[in-house]
Design a protein around this ligand. Structure first.
Ligand SMILES: Cc1cc2nc3c(=O)[nH]c(=O)nc-3n(C[C@H](O)[C@H](O)[C@H](O)COP(=O)(O)OP(=O)(O)OC[C@H]3O[C@@H](n4cnc5c(N)ncnc54)[C@H](O)[C@@H]3O)c2cc1C
Length: 398
């Protein structure tokens, strides 16, 4: 039997899986990534264009602190990629409500955003008041993933069309597969909605969310857009393959075929919010010709935060739950953890913005490279937070 040795085995070939692979490869560590489909970015990470921009709250929150760091991290990586990707920077945020408007005003002060980064402005095209976010990026997620794959070079091996669920469980360091013994030190789950197919992950409070976007055909008015528009829905500039208009999300129904009614709603919403595109949209509404809808499913956690870091051993915790002190007696409990098993999931609606830093911090945590500031943020995103919260509320495994 052949033998192959890797530092890490990563399951899932979306932005989460490649983010972790890139973080290992950057440190010259060998990674094996397995993807059940025949190409990378085949699911949620496969939209033709997506927006990279931070999640901003009016008052200081750990979510925004992480999001801004993750956003800066994407900016630091893009120039390092030897395979250049097409992208456009800048997004016009058109608030729908006064609360939304005050959120951006508040965030600007709270996070000390520079005037040139987030500026109150009148959009010259729509004439509406809003905010111009100069550093927001519109890019193609599959292109980004391909560029990261290339950047990993010889340190990344990929097995496509491969599901190894039945061979994998936490804290193993070897699997026998296709006449080969594959040895690895770390196992990383990054398979988004399919977490629950692994017994050790079935307790995670993650849910599947259906999302639909449409790719609009090339039109003069759209190709003239120099930035994206965010108005509840969003419209991206044309990166060479058309503009993306989206997105609608549904937490309850998971039909895989596109819904025509949603496509029409997107077009009406764009027509209303961006009147300078009226003519183009009327024409598209009439013919509906060459509009390509795409449905995919993102994974979202109970608290809508991404989840990353070492995997707690929930089954062991369940076995010892009667021995645990009560929340009235102690402030915290130590959650048993697996030694070599990690998770990057529940990336929600900002996966492109958050995955790269989350992957980097997982690997930093493995090699003890997190600064104390990073460590204090990182711990708020550990998957074990759900178990600690449930224990505090007296509903652990209830
Ligand atoms: C419609 C829509 C629009 C969005 N727009 C934006 C946006 O503009 N900006 C933004 O930041 N985010 C956006 N998001 C969110 C973002 O796309 C996701 O958060 C992100 O792509 C999730 O990445 P992932 O790697 O976790 O999941 P995925 O991309 O779904 O990757 C998971 C991979 O794991 C593989 N897999 C599953 N099970 C197994 C198994 N057992 N073995 C091997 N492989 C397996 C799957 O085939 C898949 O390739 C959007 C999401 C949707 C749905």
């Amino acid at each position: 039997m052949d033998e192959k040795n890797f530092e890490a085995l990563v399951i899932g070939g979306g932005i989460a899986g490649i983010a972790v692979a890139y973080a290992f490869a950057k440190r010259k560590q060998k990674v094996l990534l397995v993807e059940r489909n025949s190409y990378l970015a085949s699911e949620a990470s496969g939209n033709p264009s997506g927006m990279v921009y931070p999640f901003l709250t009016k008052k200081e929150s750990i979510d925004s602190i992480f999001s801004l760091k993750a956003f800066d991290y994407v900016h630091s990586i893009l120039p390092k990629l030897s395979q250049k990707i097409s992208l456009k920077t800048g997004a016009f945020l058109l608030p729908r409500t006064s609360e939304e408007e005050s959120r951006y005003h508040g965030a600007k002060i709270q996070y000390n955003l520079k005037e040139e980064d987030l500026v109150s402005a009148k959009d010259p095209n729509s004439g509406r008041d809003g905010f111009f976010f100069s550093k927001a990026i519109c890019l193609s997620p599959p292109q980004l993933i391909e560029a990261l794959r290339m950047q990993c070079g010889e340190f990344l091996s990929i097995e496509y069309d491969t599901e190894i669920n039945k061979y994998v469980s936490p804290d193993i360091s070897s699997i026998k597969w296709k006449d080969t013994e594959i040895n690895f030190k770390y196992l990383i789950f990054a398979q988004a909605n399919e977490m629950k197919s692994f017994g050790c992950l079935d307790w995670l409070p993650f849910r599947k969310v259906r999302g639909q976007i449409v790719l609009l055909p090339k039109r003069k008015a759209l190709s003239h857009l120099s930035c994206a528009y965010l108005f509840g829905d969003y419209l991206t500039p044309d990166l060479g393959h058309g503009s993306v208009l989206g997105a609608s999300f549904d937490e309850y129904h998971f039909d895989e075929s596109p819904r025509e009614s949603e496509t029409i709603e997107f077009l009406h919403s764009a027509r209303k919010n961006l009147p300078f595109l009226e003519e183009t949209i009327d024409e598209l509404l009439k013919t509906k010709e060459s509009i390509l809808p795409r449905v995919s499913f993102r994974s979202q956690s109970q608290d809508r935060r991404p989840s990353f870091g070492i995997l707690p051993n929930a089954k062991l915790l369940q076995r010892i739950q009667n021995e645990l002190p009560k929340p009235q007696q102690v402030k915290n409990i130590e959650i048993p953890r697996f030694q070599n098993t990690f998770l990057l999931g529940s990336l929600g609606s900002r996966g492109l913005t958050h995955a790269l830093l989350a992957g980097e911090w997982i690997v930093k945590s493995i090699y003890n490279e997190l600064s104390s500031e990073e460590e204090s943020i990182f711990k708020e995103f550990l998957p074990e937070r759900f178990l600690i919260r449930a224990w505090k509320q007296g509903r652990l495994f209830a």
